[in-house]
Design a binder for this molecule. Structure first.
Ligand code: NAP
Ligand code: ZN
Length: 350
């Protein structure tokens, strides 16, 4: 067994704190990674606090992992010691169902194995995420970080990047389309950058008027303050696609009303409670209300390569792991510009 150090939540109402824990040894198909950076996703907070009602404790969050390969198993073919690599939200899936065969492991018919709060297939017990010094992952779920991407700013691409890239590609965001992005947080700011890079006309919806300048700098063509009813009314029936990246309760009908005929609102934000929808928001104008979950491994590699070729990465604020609980509180106040990334070297500090 591999003894690791990390930060864990021991219960929903307890702050994260330092812990020592065990991972499996590097198996024949495994890659052991020394973690350098880990992004802080709102899903980490939802899970640490059991807001999705399925958390197994102790819980070590973190699924935006970048590090350097320390060791590879005897059957590993794609990676070598010294490579800069990434791990996102998944560390396993059945590999044989129709979704896995299509490279859509996130929709595995038997359920994918999440990087944390999953099940370790070798030693049992929960999987532990990237708020830690190292991780052991099957090579099929390890991504190559292209040269030219800053490793710290690349970490959030492993979740925030792919979660916005995948629906933008699926619904064919591009020239001639008007794409709305709701919420300028970790996901939203990647959605703005990626939709712009794909050639769409991008409109950012925010509850924070103070983020207007940033949104324009990040690539939005227009910014709408969603708490202003007049500004919202002016956007009616206009959008081909809206990507909703909000982590809390908010009125979906207000955004459905902005779609043109046959337009689609894709929910990627995953608040704790249901989001009610009035059927007439959909029936008139044949609108679609859809969801999308992260992205498959092949598409995640495609996204990383796309970002490297366009010079796109996250705008980050680097933190020490000792500041993780403060970072969670700031995330709840929408006070993130625009992704916290943990410098894992801080784990060695007192
Ligand atoms: P985040 O950084 O906290 O950003 C969320 C943003 O939502 C905030 O910055 C804020 O933007 C806006 N917001 C917050 N409270 C709001 C409210 N009450 N009403 C309206 N807007 C509000 O979170 P994130 O890491 O981007 O994650 C966003 C959500 O996506 C989370 O629920 C997360 O679990 C989920 N997620 C889903 C997937 C997937 O596969 N579908 C993957 C990753 C994450 P403004 O200040 O601009 O309003
Ligand atoms: Zn995430």
């Amino acid at each position: 067994m591999l003894t690791c150090t990390g930060f864990s939540a021991e219960a929903a109402d307890r702050p994260l704190a330092r812990t020592v824990f065990q991972r499996r040894d590097t198996g024949p198909r495994d890659v052991r990674i020394d973690i350098q950076y880990c992004g802080v996703c709102h899903s980490d907070l939802h899970t640490a606090r059991n807001e999705w009602h399925n958390t197994v404790y102790p819980c070590i969050p973190g699924h935006e992992i970048v590090g350097v390969v320390a060791e590879v198993g005897t059957e590993v073919t794609q990676f070598r010691a010294g490579d800069t690599v990434g791990v996102g939200c998944m560390v396993g899936s059945c590999g044989s169902c129709v979704s896995c065969r299509d490279g859509l492991e996130q929709y595995c018919e038997t359920g994918f194995n999440p990087t944390y709060n999953g099940q370790d297939p070798v030693i049992g017990g929960p999987t532990f995420g990237g708020y830690a010094d190292s991780i052991v992952v099957d090579e099929s779920f390890v991504l190559r970080i292209p040269e030219g991407l800053d490793p710290a700013a690349a970490a959030p691409l492993l979740c925030a990047g792919i979660t916005t890239y995948s629906p933008l590609r699926h619904w064919k965001a591009g020239p001639g389309q008007i794409v709305g992005v709701v919420g300028l947080g970790g996901l939203g700011h990647m959605g703005v950058k990626l939709a712009r890079a794909m050639g769409a006309h991008v409109v950012l919806f925010t509850t924070s008027p103070g983020k207007k300048e940033d949104a324009l700098r990040l690539g939005a063509h227009e910014v709408v303050v969603s708490r202003n009813a007049e500004e919202m009314a002016q956007q009616a029936n206009r959008f081909d696609l809206i990507l909703d990246c909000v982590a809390a309760q908010h009125p979906i009908d207000d955004y459905l009303a902005l779609l043109k005929r046959d337009g689609t609102l894709v929910q990627v934000g995953a608040p704790e409670h249901p989001l009610p929808v009035a059927v007439f928001s959909l029936i008139f104008k044949r609108r679609n209300f859809a969801g999308s979950l992260i992205g498959g491994i092949p598409e995640t590699q495609e996204m990383l390569d796309f970002c490297a070729s366009r010079g796109i990465a996250a705008d980050i604020e680097m933190i020490r792991i000792q500041d993780i609980n403060t970072a969670y509180e700031r995330m709840l106040r929408s006070d993130v510009k625009y992704r916290f990334v943990i410098d894992m070297a801080s784990l060695g500090e007192a």
